[in-house]
Ligand binder design. Structure first.
Ligand code: HT7
Ligand code: ZN
Length: 871
């Protein structure tokens, strides 16, 4: 497959002001008649007669130009190439497609008896021939007809402008979207659906009909989604000054979907996972995820739809910015501190490993073979962090939202355009007055910067020297210094005085900054609030970390200090660097810090629950492999796992009294109590610690929690603990859970995940058995991920000594690739981490990648990921 390069961008030689589509819908066969008004693009100099319309797997039934049959066309690699004589024409094309055979879920596909589309990034070309690129904007008029019984509801972008009855039990609807859009935002849905509806009145008085469409049996679980939509609409008006621009906002939930959701203009299509929620079936985290994804798709209406991307290299323009917007929204709704910690945890679990591995790329990539492979944590989450840094630079210490001046200018200046990341940065500069020349390197350079921090007590304060390095990544070496903002403060350990926060800006490879003291025994609190997506290497005394964990006024810094303490101990222990006394000391320090968290009366339980989470095994993996710049030290995932479990045991034993005391406080807080959420989080954390230190006690605790639960958070938490135990209660409760929820796909997904993620020593055989379960299917991405993504993230099983975990994932990739290449390709990255792991396992992982690479007929998606991983 060819490599597409950012530097090769050329505007399309034609414009397509109007597009008309006529769909005769059927699950097994759909006929699509397209009518495109086209004109030469005055912005280009091309005089070539060639009109190239992208197609993928389409056969042409007929081509007409200006109302007459036309013969001067040919096919080239799936594209239709028509040679046109003049400056403007009407081109009509008829194609026939089979949605029921579309297991890739791109283009028009069937799901649960309904028809629906997914066009981003290049799915529209699987429906009809079209310039399927984001910089060709067109207005769409769409007629759809089909069986009234099968498809009583017919939806498309924009507004419904007509409907009627047809022959033989059919009906039709016509839709018009007044806003010009690229083809990736086209959507169509036809099915037997019902809506939960409520109007929203915008600040200028427009009444918007908001509908959440689902299958009838799911209707009772849609209130949260609808309310989240209203909250998002209001928030975007209040915080970013953005108002909705149509009279209708439709959301449709489908059960077969490759990603979370899709922001099609006026007709969002959602994975059911991000729509349906009620206390009996969804956890607190599920409720938050629904709210976050609803907000994300809604915010795209401005950051993505009104202003779209010039080309797919600019993806972070819409995705990074929209993730930041959804994060800020959720911070406002759920609480800033806890949400920030959660977002950083996600970044470290998904993006830091990507940045350190063979698939590393800048947030604005330079090349790709298959764009679907670039919907990554880097483009989304690091992209959001980069824009968050601009916001910090614009707003720190000021009274007004200066960043907003930049975003207002961006929205005004580029409304209706297909823009670039450069356009965004320039608008932020012009609107805020910031100078971001060096900052632009964040868009060009991949890799997580590392900052080594040394400090000495000077005459005027604390002299802090920062040395930054940006690691080499595929295709990029010897990178320039980054412009890095950091919020810092210097506290005093002796008096407990907390220093004032200031923003420092690093721009050089090495620089020393003197910070004011607040007393003797200064303790540096750095990267507060996780100002920048970097790795800080600091030489703090453990006593200073314990102090920060207990006393820092920045909640993130407090969390970070506790994580650092645990990481230091666990990485040293897993690398066999500690003698008996060193081990005991490391554990004692973590326990001391933990004690202060468990007993601090000032903490609310939500925050306490966050602070109680030990660093994840993925994060420890990165810390172990990455802490050696020479790349000699490799990660030992099984050692990490063993040490982490041991630390849990020690915490459980040492702090038994404190944990029991806390448990008594949180065990029976009612579901609707304002403290209920935090209490549920803490309760399950305590049971998980006891599972390591006193499994019998944990089994009793978790069984009780499971049996008495009146909500999914408690039930799932208890079952998670039980799943890791060799105890009769495990199988009993698993069966009870299955029996209770049989037929509810989203909850049965949880049942698969809990077993695949468990600490039980026999996970591999459990997963093999589950793959044979009648409820398992490779055709549903949620189900595949629920079993195998969970397994690939379960270090002790995936990294089994004999390579059986790697083999299982490689087999999944090979089996899934012909069915759904996009989903298959996402399983490559766990195997791609082989270079950072000890040599025996590295060899086993590499051998599996080579086995995949040697297989005939791989999709472009999987081929690209496997070859990058082996390069
Ligand atoms: N913009 C959407 C991306 C998306 C997608 C991409 C490739 C294949 C399938 C897909 N479904 C949705 C989602 C978003 O970021 O909002
Ligand atoms: Zn998005």
């Amino acid at each position: 497959p060819p490599v597409i390069r950012r530097e090769d961008y050329e505007p399309y030689p034609w414009i397509v002001p109007e597009t008309e589509l006529d769909f005769a819908l059927g699950i097994g066969s759909t006929r699509v008649a397209a009518r495109l008004k086209i004109k030469r693009n005055p912005g280009t100099e091309s005089t070539s007669p060639e009109l190239r319309l992208n197609g993928d797997g389409l056969t042409t039934e007929m081509v007409m130009v200006d109302g007459a049959r036309f013969g001067d066309w040919s096919m080239d690699e799936g594209d239709l190439v028509v040679n046109l004589p003049g400056e403007s024409h009407t081109v009509e094309i008829v194609t026939q497609i089979d949605p029921s055979a579309n297991t890739a879920l791109m283009g028009l596909f069937a799901s649960n008896g309904m028809l629906c589309t997914q066009c981003e990034a290049e799915g529209f070309r699987r429906i009809t021939f079209f310039p399927d690129r984001p910089d060709v904007l067109s207005t769409y008029r769409v007629k759809m007809s089909g069986s009234k019984d099968r498809f009583p509801i017919l939806l498309c972008n924009g507004n419904k402008v007509g409907e009627g009855e047809g022959d033989g039990g059919t009906h039709w609807a016509e839709w018009h979207d007044p806003w010009p859009k690229p083809s990736y935002l086209f959507a169509l849905v036809a099915g037997d659906l019902v809506a939960n509806s409520a109007p929203f009145t915008t600040r200028s008085g427009r009444v918007v009909e908001c509908n959440v469409w689902v299958r009838e049996e799911d209707l009772a679980r849609t209130d949260h989604a609808l309310q989240s939509l209203h909250r998002s609409m209001k928030w975007d008006e209040d915080v970013f000054g953005r108002e909705y621009d149509l009279d209708l906002y439709n959301i449709v939930a489908v059960s077969d979907f490759n990603m979370g959701a899709m922001e099609n203009k006026g007709l969002n299509v959602f994975n059911t996972k991000y729509v349906l929620a009620d206390p009996d079936t969804a956890t607190d985290a599920d409720f938050d995820a629904v709210e976050g994804v609803i907000a994300h798709e809604y915010f795209h209406n401005w950051s993505g739809n009104r202003i779209t991307c010039r080309d797919w290299f600019q993806l972070s323009l819409k995705e990074g910015f929209t993730v930041l917007r959804d994060q800020l929204f959720s911070q406002d709704v759920q609480g800033e501190a806890v949400k920030r910690i959660e977002d950083v945890r996600i970044l470290r679990a998904a993006q830091f490993p990507e940045d350190a591995g063979p698939l590393a790329h800048p947030i604005r990539p330079d090349s790709y073979r298959e764009i679907s492979n670039f919907y990554t944590a880097t483009v989304y989450n690091k992209g959001a962090e980069v824009i968050r840094m601009m916001r910090t630079l614009a707003n720190f210490g000021g009274q007004v939202d200066n960043f907003r001046k930049g975003t207002d200018l961006y929205f005004d200046r580029h409304d209706g355009e297909a823009a670039t990341c450069e356009d965004f940065i320039t608008a932020i500069e012009d609107g805020t007055g910031l100078e971001l020349a060096q900052f632009r390197r964040w868009y060009r350079q991949a890799g997580t910067p590392r900052i080594a921090v040394r400090q000495t007590l000077g005459d005027d304060g604390l002299d802090v020297t920062f040395r930054q390095t940006v690691p080499d990544t595929p295709g990029q070496r010897n990178k320039g210094a980054m412009h890095i903002p950091l919020r810092v403060a210097v506290h005093c350990r002796e008096t407990g005085a907390l220093g004032a926060e200031q923003l420092i800006e690093l721009r050089q490879d090495e620089q020393t900054i003197t910070l004011p003291l607040s007393g003797p025994f200064p303790v540096l609190s750095i990267n507060r609030g996780f100002t920048a997506p970097v790795i800080i290497e600091r030489e703090l005394d453990s006593a200073d970390l314990v102090f920060l964990a207990a006393k820092d006024d920045d909640p993130f810094a407090r969390y970070e200090a506790l994580q650092d303490l645990a990481v230091r101990h666990l990485v040293a222990a897993a690398s066999q660097q500690l003698d008996q006394a060193g081990r005991a000391e490391g554990k004692r320090l973590v326990c001391d810090a933990f004690r202060s968290i468990l007993t601090d009366p000032e903490l609310d339980h939500s925050m306490r629950g966050e602070l109680m989470m030990l660093p994840s095994e993925t994060y420890l993996f990165e810390a172990m492999a990455g802490s050696d710049p020479a790349g000699i030290r490799k990660a030992e995932p099984l050692e990490i796992h063993k040490e982490r479990e041991q630390l849990k045991t020690v915490i459980g034993v040492t702090l038994k009294r404190e944990l029991e005391g806390l448990y008594a406080q949180v065990a029976d807080v009612p579901y609707d109590d304002p403290a209920g959420r935090g209490a549920r989080k803490v309760k399950t954390q305590i049971a998980a610690l006891f599972a390591a230190s006193d499994p019998e006690r944990a089994a009793i605790m978790a069984s009780r929690q499971f049996d008495q639960a009146d909500n999914m958070t408690d039930r799932q938490g208890a079952l998670m603990v039980l799943c890791g135990l060799k105890h009769p209660a495990r199988d009993e409760r698993l069966q009870a859970f299955y029996d209770r929820y049989q037929g509810n796909a989203l909850v049965i997904d949880k049942w698969f995940t809990l077993q695949a993620l468990s600490l039980h020593p026999d996970v591999l055989s459990h997963v093999k058995a589950l793959a044979e379960h009648p409820d398992f299917t490779m055709k549903n991405p949620n189900r595949v991920r629920s079993l195998y993504m969970a397994f690939a993230g379960n270090a002790h099983a995936f990294h089994a000594q004999d390579g059986s975990g790697y083999r299982m994932i490689a087999d999944v990739i090979l089996a899934l690739d012909p069915i759904n290449p996009q989903t298959a390709a996402r399983f490559v990255s766990p195997l791609g981490r082989w270079r950072r792991i000890e040599s025996v396992k590295a060899g086993l992982m590499k051998a599996e990648l080579e086995r995949i690479a040697g297989t005939e007929g791989l999709s472009r998606d999987t081929f690209e990921q496997v070859s990058r991983s082996l390069d």
